[in-house]
Ligand binder design. Structure first.
Ligand SMILES: [Mg+2]
Length: 267
């Protein structure tokens, strides 16, 4: 299930923490002494750290943006520079493997790998809701993740095929594809290049975990099974890009690239 392990109720947690702080008044000799506890990272501080990481700010329309000079953008740039080197090598090698009938390809996740959902995360206080998320996806107004359209253009220029593989539903395909085009992804965005999670009419290649009667595939099974299918149609996936570990596990990619995302976790 998408974002099932997300942090929820940050606003409530912060309000309670604030009340407790003001309720105690001046520190006594006893409670001023630092004691080690095994408590988790403080959620109020964590939100501030995440804001700093993304260079969070609101534009004139009130939309939350990440800054192109933020630590987040710099981390992305470093990963992308490495990926471009790998793509350049794979393309050179691919010229040989193409003779054996395999064309080099890359696979990209969509949410927070190709399209940035930071405005949704900030606006909802990092609290996922299926209905508001669906409306947000269908608005198709997300900006690109910094540098990713350029990475796609670079790969295309080297003769690499580009596929998108997303846990978004078939009903969200149009929103995703419209958004990808708007955000500057200059590549084929047809049904042969964009794979969604079609629970009502699952493809046969997903096997026993997905039948029209019941969908039981984990994210890893869905993504691994789809990559296996892509490779079976004549491609060698040289690079797989995702913001979640579950995007990348399971094989059928020569190299994997984990992009940063400290805002939610997908099993
Ligand atoms: Mg993602």
């Amino acid at each position: 299930m998408r974002k099932s392990l997300r942090v929820a109720g940050i606003a409530t947690a912060c309000a309670v923490a604030g009340a407790a702080l003001y309720g105690t008044g001046a520190a006594t000799a006893d409670n001023a002494a630092a004691r080690h506890t095994a408590e988790p990272h403080n959620i109020g501080l964590l939100v501030g750290e995440i804001d700093d990481y993304y260079g969070a700010h609101q534009d004139a329309g009130g939309v939350w943006r990440s800054s192109p000079d933020s630590p987040y953008a710099k981390d992305l740039a470093r990963i992308q520079a490495k990926a471009k080197k790998d793509i350049r090598k794979a393309a050179a090698h691919g010229a040989k493997s193409a003779r054996h009938g395999k064309k080099p390809a890359i696979v990209l996740d969509v949410d927070d790998t190709s399209l940035l959902s930071f405005d949704y995360e900030k606006s909802t206080n990092y609290t996922y809701n299926g209905a508001t998320w669906d409306a947000y996806v269908k608005e198709a107004k997300r900006p690109a993740v910094f540098g990713m359209p350029e990475l796609v253009s670079y790969a295309k220029g080297k003769g690499i095929e580009v596929f998108f593989l997303t846990g978004l539903s078939e009903a969200q395909r149009e929103g995703a594809v419209t958004n990808l085009a708007r955000a500057g992804y200059d590549t084929q965005l047809d049904t042969k290049h964009v794979f969604t999670k079609n629970k009502t009419a699952p493809p046969a290649y997903l096997g026993h975990c997905a039948t029209p009667a019941k969908w039981e595939c984990t994210t890893v099974q869905f993504k691994e099974g789809t990559r296996k299918h892509i490779e079976s149609t004549g491609y060698n996936i040289v690079g797989s890009f995702g913001d979640q570990v579950s995007d990348l596990a399971g094989g059928y990619a020569d190299k994997t690239y984990k992009l940063p995302n400290p805002t939610y976790f997908v099993e």
